[in-house]
Write a protein that binds this ligand. Structure first.
Ligand code: ATP
Length: 503
């Protein structure tokens, strides 16, 4: 899409996109047919990194909290679900077209980018006033007002350079498909636009079967689909993506404290997986969604600016009440705890919900951007000395697709066999690889490019005393250690424990 990004920033994203393709992290979907817009496939290294992120989130939620349990609900749901949730009537983006270029934009994105420009130019108050005004108009569904604001702000189409805009229209983002093979009049089934509703409709099933008492949470990782109008910025905005959501059910009146608790906890998570604190910030919503009482985004500073990676929403009892009304099935919980105010049990109520919702793909992109490192290094000595740029992925070792690569220094003298023995042992615990081809420097480079934290070299001395060198990806320092020490050494570095301890 054609909203502008600064050339320097765009170049950096371009490098990351190219790197992701070249080293097997992310491919454009159906690339041989020129690619399907805003849909991507994860390659051999990408799927490992993504699975590690998902597993980390899953365990941080369900293993570290005895009151958070998991769920894997289906993508298809009864169509009435989406009436209850408000998606059929209200899951829209405001669209505007430029009459000269025929390009289509999201009206709110044009205004947000204008506000960001003010902020960059040192006038954050003007930026804030603009987003507040936009929020007011969108909440009132005043689309003519939104258009007028675009005109008043003198926002021009980046392609045609003109301000000839159409009316603003609402566009529903849900994909639908035919649910019944026999009844062509049957209502369409939707591909879920969020995983949350699968949790809400199972609230009582889970609460009863897992014998949970309020407060408790339900966590789920799964695909979601949105017919995004503006497809751009690589895997940041996709039409098919993955969400990691946790709905936390609480007693009404306690939601404010839980909202603050989860807001802080989720920021700690992002810092613990390696995102720099300076590149993370909270952004309170200017326009609250129809279900929300309070909402904040955790934003990460991508090469194209600060953008949302996670949303934390205080949803009140909106969803469960809606499902209760449409399904005519009670969605109440009986709270036997004693209310100190009345001296009686709290009794029956519909719980309030605090939601944390993070995109696995956006977290993946943030992780990749954070890890992508280039440094100038000097190699060799005397006349052979040369300076070069080293590119490497500084991934947290727990996230790295491959934990260690084992290299026989040369392909003879029993070194390959020794390397194979080490591999055969370590592979029971970790994803490891053996590489024999090319000079050792080239092999280090290949592993640096995919973020492998350790390279183990089998050399002449190994055959004498069963020691190897272990080269650290980030410092390039080599340490000699016994083969018998490798397992504990790698395990310590790659364990989730060190991340969990920070949460
Ligand atoms: P945006 O404002 O960027 O469209 P949103 O506020 O609609 O996002 P939510 O509905 O709160 O997003 O969804 C929760 C999370 O799901 C987001 O923080 C994001 O990480 C992820 N997500 C949402 N839409 C997409 C998408 N099209 N592609 C990739 N991830 C997405």
């Amino acid at each position: 899409m054609s909203n502008p990004t600064a050339p320097a920033d765009a170049a950096q994203l371009k490098d990351i996109v190219a790197h992701a393709k070249e080293y097997g992290f992310v491919f454009q979907s159906s690339e041989i047919y020129d690619g399907l817009a805003a849909v991507y496939d994860y390659g051999p290294n990408g799927v490992e990194l993504k699975n590690n992120l998902k597993r980390l989130w899953w365990e941080a939620m369900t293993q570290l909290h005895d009151n958070v349990v998991g769920l894997d609900a289906a993508i298809f749901m009864d169509p009435r679900t989406w009436e209850a949730s408000g998606h059929v009537a209200g899951f829209n983006d405001p669209l505007i077209d430029n009459l000269d270029s025929k390009k289509r934009y999201r009206a709110d994105v044009l205004l947000e980018e204008k506000a960001a420009e003010y902020e960059k130019a040192g006038d954050p108050a003007r930026g804030a006033a603009l987003t507040a005004e936009m929020g007011r108009l969108l909440t009132a569904n005043d689309l003519a007002g939104v258009r007028q604001l675009i005109i008043n702000e003198d926002i021009l189409c980046p392609v045609s350079g003109t301000g000839k805009w159409t009316e603003v229209r609402q566009f529903n983002l849900m994909f639908s498909t035919q649910g019944s093979a026999v009844d062509s009049d049957a209502p369409p089934v939707y591909l879920r636009p969020e995983t949350a509703q699968g949790i809400f409709v199972n609230f009582l099933n889970v609460q009863k079967s897992a014998r949970q008492k309020i407060p408790f949470g339900i966590a789920q990782i799964g695909k979601a689909f949105r017919n995004e109008i503006v497809a751009r910025q690589f895997i940041f905005r996709m039409r098919e993506f993955e969400q990691m959501e946790m709905q936390f059910f609480v007693r009404p009146g306690t939601e404010g404290a839980w909202y603050d608790t989860w807001k802080a906890a989720r920021r700690r998570f992002h810092e613990a997986v390696g995102l720099s604190p300076a590149k993370l910030r909270f952004h309170d919503h200017d326009k609250l969604a129809h279900y929300a009482k309070a909402a904040v985004d955790i934003e990460y500073e991508f090469p194209f600016g600060f953008k949302e990676i996670e949303g934390i929403h205080s949803r009140g009892d909106f969803d469960l009440t809606q499902h209760q009304t449409l399904s005519r099935k009670k969605q109440q919980y009986f709270d036997a705890d004693i209310d100190p105010g009345t001296g009686k049990a709290y009794g029956n109520y519909i719980p309030f919900v605090v939601e944390t919702s993070v995109g696995a793909d956006r977290l993946f992109l943030a992780t990749l951007c954070e890890a992508f490192a280039e440094e100038t290094i000097t190699e060799g000595e005397g006349e052979a000395q040369q300076t070069k740029t080293r590119t490497f992925l500084k991934l947290h070792p727990a996230l790295a697709p491959i934990k260690a690569a084992i290299f026989p220094l040369v392909r003879k003298d029993g070194m390959p066999e020794k390397a194979q023995q080490i591999f055969d042992d370590l592979r029971f615990d970790f994803r490891v690889t053996v590489e024999e081809k090319d000079a050792i420097g080239k092999r280090y480079t290949r592993q640096d490019l995919i973020g492998t934290p350790f390279c183990i070299v089998v050399d002449g001395q190994t055959l004498e005393d069963d020691t190897v060198t272990v080269r650290d990806r980030d410092t390039r320092a080599q340490t000699r250690m016994p083969i018998s020490a490798l397992r504990a050494y790698i395990a310590e570095a790659v364990s989730f424990r060190r991340i969990f301890e920070k949460l």
